[in-house]
Design a protein around this ligand. Sequence first.
Ligand code: F0G
Length: 481
Amino acid sequence: MKPQSPVQTPINLRTTGQQLHRRSWAEPWKIKMVEPIKKTTRRQREAALGAAGYNTFLLRSEDVYIDLLTDSGTSAMSDWQWAGIMLGDEAYAGSKNYYHLEDAVQKHYGFKHLIPTHQGRGAEHILSQIMIRPGDTVPGNMYFTTTRYHQEHAGAKFVDVIIDEAHDPVSLHPFKGNVDLAKLERVLKEAAHVPYVSLAVTVNMAGGQPVSMANARAVRELCTRYEVPVMLDATRAVENAWFIKAREPGFEGRTCAEILKEFCSYTDGCTMSGKKDALVNIGGWLSLNDGKLADKARNMVVIYEGLHTYGGMAGRDMEAMARGIEESVEDEHMRARVGQVEYLGELLQSYGVPVVVPIGGHAVYLDARRFYPNMPQDSFPAQTLSAELYLDAGVRSMERGIVSAGRDSATGKNHYPKLELVRLTIPRRVYTQAHMDVVAESVVAVYQQKVKAKGLKMVYEPEYLRFFQARFEPLKSKAKG
Ligand code: F0G
């Protein structure tokens, strides 16, 4: 698990004559094709950010130097995946690539039925529509934006049942994504109807934090007692498996593939964004063990996504995803993937920058509250930090704080999340260690200028998932904290 520590002093064998004690890891691939990226001047970035309403989602990617907006759909595919693209069977029905995908999902995730979708939220939509009735309650280990939206859109109330430590950016709990069983039991006892429990791994909004195998087992047991199914958001479940291998006693000797399969066995189905773990640029699926429910989902997928043997994907996309799944469960891949995120996180920590700890699986989260301790949450500290980072060196990040949290669907009031974070999300197999160094140094430069930041005001707020399209303007003077 431990990559070489960035703060370790270099070894000079010639002058010290010491034994070489350090054994570094490196990525289990080499680069076959490159994509040029361009540097911009500060003036160009100021113009670009102004035109984008201080929202990094509205920047053109051409104006970005190092793009850490998201790990979603941004992976570099392998030569084996690209070869699979050429083997696309573009039949409308029954494409052989669908069956390859079905085999890969059954082999590694273990669920019986596969309903392909264009991406994760397509699966969330179908699952919410077939399982939720108005007035239902859905407990989950912290919300994810699109997941909660679809649950609420189907008429449910979402209740957060994650452990308290998840809301504390400095708690060192090794499995900060865990479900608080007492909180969950209270909901199961008191709510009129719970269609399913929503279990996400790793937990994106908590900082990419994992859930332990013991916790998954306990959730399963509790839900079995209350006869409530558990639905997994498996988007980063292989990264979660790596953390179980690295941190949970008894799993050191097991492979990520074995751990993933066991983890999924405690759940009844999953929604999946293949754009993350599965190493593709587009694709997703819904898996279910219950045949009757799967029939309902297959019926609904034809309305919104496409026939149940392609669900919005081309045959070639399904082949790339089937192959991506095979590559994603390799331990060496995961070591490098999570190790690179940890490398950046440790570097930032060594520079004294406030980050969420432990470092998560897909991203390093800067703690904007500690970055700007006197900035009120209504001046959008994380959105401000994300803008400042772009201005400094063209690094694109994402706000994960009050803007992302949105408004309460019943009262219309702003949610005020405890976590006010900026996510530096690392695409898989895309950037090198040198890129990580450049990013860390840019974050430090912004940290050193932190007293100058004034904050932002929101000047346009879309109705749904506002963080994607909201627009901001800089405040002229600081608001009082
Ligand atoms: N669940 C989780 C945990 C996610 O992180 C995402 C997407 C989804 C579901 C939805 O999947 O994008 O394929 O429709 N997260 C992206 C991100 C957008 O940047 O974290 P999707």
